[in-house]
Design a binder for this molecule. Sequence first.
Ligand code: BES
Ligand code: ZN
Length: 628
Amino acid sequence: MRYTNIALLFIVGLLIASCGSKETKTEMKQADIPKDWSDPHSYAKPLEAAVKHLNWIAQVSFKTKKIKASATWDIENNNADSIVFDTRNLDIHKVLVDGADEADYYLGDNDPVLGQPLVIKLPEGAEWVAINYSTSKDAEALQWLNAQQTHDKNNPFLFTQSQAILARTWIPCQDSPGIRFTYEAEVKSRPELLTLMSAENPVKKNADGIYKFKMTEPIPSYLMAMAIGDVEFQKIGEQTGVYAEPGMIEASANEFANMDSMLVAAEKLYGKYRWGRYDVIVLPPSFPFGGMENPRLTFSTPTIIAGDRSLTSLIAHELAHSWSGNLVTNANWNDFWLNEGFTVYFERRIMEELYGKDYVNMLRELGMQDLKKEVADLPARDTWLKLDLDGRNPDDGMTSVAYEKGAFFLEKIEELYGRKKFDKFLNTYFEKFAFETMTTEKFVSYLDSSLLSSDTALKAKLRLNDWIYGPGIPDNAPEVTSERFQRVESALKAWSDGAFEAKELKTAGWSSHEWLHFLRNLPDTLSNEQMTELDQSFGFTKSGNSEILAAWFEHTIKHNYKPADDALESFLVSVGRRKFLVPLYSALTEADPSKKRATAIYKKARPNYHSVSTNTIDEMLNYQKDKE
Ligand code: BES
Ligand code: ZN
């Protein structure tokens, strides 16, 4: 047992009327909890009692940086004598069961990663529980930004990031991807701000700052999301649109103009989009990820607004999650590749529909480079597709293995059995398992019976076990080459051999990906003159493209190229996307093992980062906040 020495708390009190209100419940379409449910990252016992529907009523205070809320859960009660929720750093005020004005509950021991189980005693046949609580300053899902930390610098901003197990830091919930529920919510905040959730959303502010939400399709807790800020809406297609701060809205709408064609392409590939609208919100630069597939409302970093639509494969990725992940969901975080590998494969199929094979081959090659690099550094067990994250933070599983090895494995099946058959398989898969969860084992057995065993010779060629239950990149991996990258390589060679000056190279029409390939393949031994020549010819230090900047800074750090110092510092101070921070801080510590420079920049930048990023960089730099 993870929690011994349980403190029994007995709370008596009257609950505010809203807490117990049951008028607005929607009918539940929740799939049954699979009999083999298990999740090393949740305290819940859903086979005894599981949540079905949430009514969340919340007041958000930017002043105290707290959310005060009541979470009323309709439950499916299998004659259990208690129901268990996941919580972390929540202040529980009152708990109510079935309208009685008091309930027995206790909080178990705290685990630094998992938090505390909240165990509520259930009278016989209990149908709902209501929990009155406040979030605390340490709510890791929440990032409270002051006006200075936003794009427009006029108003504060709040956003959540629940995946993988941070939903429990802002809502007491059964925080496992294997448990789904519908929800409705009423959120009160400042009237000058607009509140949005992973639900049906408003498009305009109202005078009282109170907004109501409904998510009528069952979702797991990691897809609970909220963003509150001075944002506007702009329509893109009939079903699609974008939210952003006023100063970003035009650029964002322009960048994402192809969102509708992506949706059309995705539906053509794998069946109907099941979530109603598809909108994107462009968040302030501290958002720790590139994107997050919150249903109906993808959360996106502003660092993909490059001005030339060259980084929008990220939108294709988050949209693809509307099938792989949000519709068919990994049962627990050991099966993470089922979410991400499928999504990268699907993302590339969407991009191929829109921009052709040539374009996608660049994405594939960049992906393969990432994978090779990461596999070389990871312990062997972490390079299996099926992970073992028991006793660890599920964040450890967020490597290119799930994404790229996963995607290349699916490509391999496509290569062997043919696109037509594989597409048919995937269509049926998304249809058959919609709104359900999937384990690696269940997927393998379904794949085997409906596709693989139709041809045992091909099946032998696939070597499924090597991919899923084995380390590294199997040597039957699909071939990856890109003609467009070969042209980049020739240009680079011509320059490093001294045949051409940088400004003579034929780079017109290069996309971000070609530049990235160019930068990643620069020789290790650049002189200061060469760095200057490159910078003067291509304007890297002044680039508005975050991918190009981040790749360039790795070189400027390594070669101590001073003219980029200010730009590097301002990039690190404003951008909180972990994917950029990790290589840059590690280049900084490699260049200066005393970590003096890295720590000096980090000290300034840290207040602008989300906890997801500070957790990683604190550890990397051995940084202790208290010593500040
Ligand atoms: N769902 C992920 C983000 C995530 C994964 C958050 C695990 C927390 C834990 C999202 O779909 C994603 O993969 N984002 C990528 C971008 C994508 C284009 C590879 C990112 O943020 O870099
Ligand atoms: Zn993803």
